[in-house]
Design a protein around this ligand. Structure first.
Ligand code: NAP
Length: 243
C-alpha cells in the first residue's frame, strides 16, 4: 500500500513507541491523526513538528479507560483527512500485579484500555471504512503472550486477548482489511520500572540489548506495505520469546 496521503490513527501517539510510529508514518507521507489521553503538550509538539516539516497531522483526545468515550474517537479522527484507512492500536497501561493481589479496579482498568478500547476502535474502523476500500489494523501486543509468567496478570491477560482478537478479526474482516500484530520485547522501561531492572532484562535476551522505538516503527511500516499477510504477529524482542 502506498500510504502517501492515507489517513492513519495512532492511539497513544504523543510519546515513546507511539510517537516513533507517528514520525515514521509522517515521513512516509501518511496523514496522521495522533490520539492522546493526557499527553496534550507532547501531542501538540509532535503535530507542530510534522506540519513544519511539510507533513499532515491532526490530534484527537480520548480516555480509553471509558468505553463510552472510545466510540467517538474514530468518528472525530475521520473528520480531519477522511475515513481512517490504517489503525495502529499502541496505547496501553502496564502495571504490576500478582493473581492473588490484583483487585477488580486494576483488572477492569487493564481490560478496558488494553483490550476493550482496541476492540471498539476496530469495530468503528470497519464501520467507517467505505466498501471495498483496503484497510490495515496493527495491534501492539507484547512478547509476554508467548511466555506468560506471574507479575502482570491483568496486563498479560488483556494482551493475550488482543492477540486472539487480532486472529479472529483477521478472518472476519478479510479480504479488504488486514489485521496483524507486533509483539515488542524490552524497548523502553515502564515509567515506574527501575532502569537497572530494565537493562538486566534486555541484557538477558539473545540479542543482549534493548530494542529501539524505531525498530517497532519499522515493523509497522513493513506490515502496512505487506499486501498478503493477515492474522500474523511480528516479534520485535531480541529473541526474548524464545527463552
Ligand atoms: N515499552 C516497552 O518496552 C514495551 C514492551 C512490550 C510491549 N509494549 C507495548 O507497546 C505499546 C507502546 O508502549 P509504550 O511503552 O510506548 O507505552 P506507554 O508509554 O506505557 O503508553 C502509551 C500511551 O498509552 C496511552 N494511554 C494509556 N492509558 C490511556 C487512557 N486511559 N486513555 C488514553 N490513552 C491512554 C498514553 O497516552 P497519554 O500519555 O496521552 O495519556 C501513553 O502515552 C503498548 O501497547 C505496550 O504494551 C511496550
Amino acid at each position: 500500500m502506498d500510504i502517501s496521503g492515507v489517513p492513519v490513527l495512532v492511539t497513544g501517539g504523543g510519546k515513546r513507541i507511539g510517537k516513533a510510529c507517528v514520525e515514521a508514518l509522517a515521513q512516509s507521507h501518511a496523514s496522521v491523526v495522533i490520539h492522546y489521553g493526557s499527553s496534550k503538550k507532547e501531542a501538540e509538539f509532535l503535530l507542530t513538528k510534522i506540519r513544519k516539516e511539510g507533513g499532515k497531522a491532526a490530534m484527537v483526545q480520548g480516555d480509553l479507560a471509558n468505553p463510552d468515550e472510545v466510540g467517538s474517537i474514530m468518528q472525530q479522527a475521520g473528520q480531519f483527512f477522511g475515513p481512517v484507512q490504517i489503525l495502529l492500536n499502541s496505547a496501553a497501561i502496564f502495571k504490576p500485579g500478582l493473581f492473588k493481589n490484583t483487585d477488580l479496579t486494576q483488572w477492569h482498568e487493564h481490560l478496558n484500555i488494553n483490550l476493550t478500547a482496541p476492540f471498539i476502535l476496530m469495530q468503528e474502523f470497519a464501520a467507517q471504512l467505505p466498501p471495498k476500500t483496503p484497510g490495515k489494523i496493527i495491534n501492539i501486543i507484547d512478547q509476554r503472550i508467548k511466555r506468560p509468567r506471574p507479575g502482570h496478570i491483568a496486563y498479560n491477560t488483556a494482551k493475550s486477548g488482543l492477540w486472539t482478537l487480532t486472529q479472529i478479526a483477521a478472518q472476519e474482516m478479510a479480504p479488504w482489511i488486514q489485521v496483524n500484530a507486533i509483539a515488542p520485547g524490552p524497548i523502553l522501561p515502564a515509567p515506574d520500572q527501575p532502569v537497572a531492572s530494565f537493562e538486566k532484562v534486555a541484557k538477558a535476551t539473545p540479542l543482549g540489548r534493548p530494542g529501539s522505538t524505531d525498530d517497532i516503527a519499522q515493523a509497522v511500516i513493513f506490515l502496512i506495505k505487506q499486501e498478503y499477510t493477515t492474522g500474523e504477529i511480528i516479534r520485535v524482542d531480541g529473541g526474548e520469546h524464545l527463552q
